[in-house]
Ligand binder design. Structure first.
Ligand code: CUA
Length: 190
């Protein structure tokens, strides 16, 4: 019926029929169910993280990431010498996204809590921590802050899961989780 124009032009003045009222009620109640399901699943689903998000200028975020890297680099990896940064436990740690890398590599301690700041210097990227179920959109101009406590040691990959151009499939970062222990910094440390 809906593909034909209404017989009465002023259709909104007509009385609601029973079937219309029934469907409106069902749709409204289902909307409520879905709304409360979001809150419920946030609590018990262990899927949606409780993140914080702030506005930040890309160059300010870049400077903070560089300052952390200058202080706490323990070694360099790969042909291009990507710094591996081991920040003190319990501190603010930064990882930036740009075409086409996650920078720097982070080395965190098992069982210690960190506030991980993520932002982009150029376009939208996606932070997907493998093999865990952590997925975040990373935008320039905003930083996402995740509070995390790595439960086990190992090597984790950060895969970009938002298409960001020709190098998208190469945009892989790394996070190491190690046992707590003495750390020797290449740079000035603390
Ligand atoms: Cu960055 Cu895809």
């Amino acid at each position: 019926m809906a593909i034909h124009p209404p017989e009465e032009r002023i259709w909104w003045n007509e009385k609601l029929t029973k079937i219309e009222l029934t469907w409106i009620t069902i749709a409204f109640l289902w909307g409520l169910v879905m709304f409360f399901a979001m809150i419920y699943w946030h609590m018990v689903g262990e899927q949606n993280l409780s993140n914080e998000a702030y506005k930040i200028k890309p160059d300010v975020f870049g400077e903070r990431t560089e300052a952390m890297t200058e202080k706490y680099t323990v070694r360099e990896e790969g042909d291009t010498g990507i710094p591996v940064v081991h920040p003190p436990a319990g501190t603010e740690v930064y990882m930036l996204a740009r075409l086409w890398e996650w920078w720097p590599i982070l080395e965190l301690e098992k069982g210690k809590t960190y506030r991980l700041h993520l932002s982009s210097l150029d376009w939208q990227h996606g932070f997907s921590l493998q093999p865990t179920n952590i997925n975040l959109q990373v935008h320039p101009g905003y930083e996402m802050v995740v509070t995390l406590t790595p439960p086990e040691t190992g090597e984790f990959s950060v895969v970009c899961n938002e298409f960001c151009g020709i190098g998208h499939h190469n945009m892989v970062g790394r996070i190491y989780v190690v046992e707590p222990g003495p750390v020797e910094y290449l740079t000035d440390g603390e």
